[in-house]
Design a protein around this ligand. Structure first.
Ligand SMILES: [Zn+2]
Length: 82
């Protein structure tokens, strides 16, 4: 049995994992691969942070604040001799 997924397969599993829980074998293989492959580890981190952010948005946590910045207009009036 091949325990080492290809990076492509791992990417598929990572996105699949967002929709539905993986099977025991798949999640185990995923872990093994992630422990060996830095690239996929980074992808995993990014995906989970994006997923957490999305979950936050959908749950209506209201963690995101818009900062409204008041723009100041400074008018430079040319000094004209009277
Ligand atoms: Zn990989």
């Amino acid at each position: 049995m091949n325990w080492m997924h290809s990076c492509k397969k791992v990417a598929e599993l990572l996105s699949q994992r967002l929709d539905e829980p993986l099977g025991l074998i798949d999640s185990l293989r995923l872990r093994i691969h992630l422990s060996m492959c830095d690239n996929c580890g980074n992808v995993d981190k990014q995906m989970s942070s994006v997923n957490a952010l999305a979950a936050d948005l959908f749950s209506g946590g209201g963690a995101i604040q818009e900062d409204a910045q008041a723009t100041q207009h400074s008018e430079a009036t040319p000094t004209s001799p009277a």
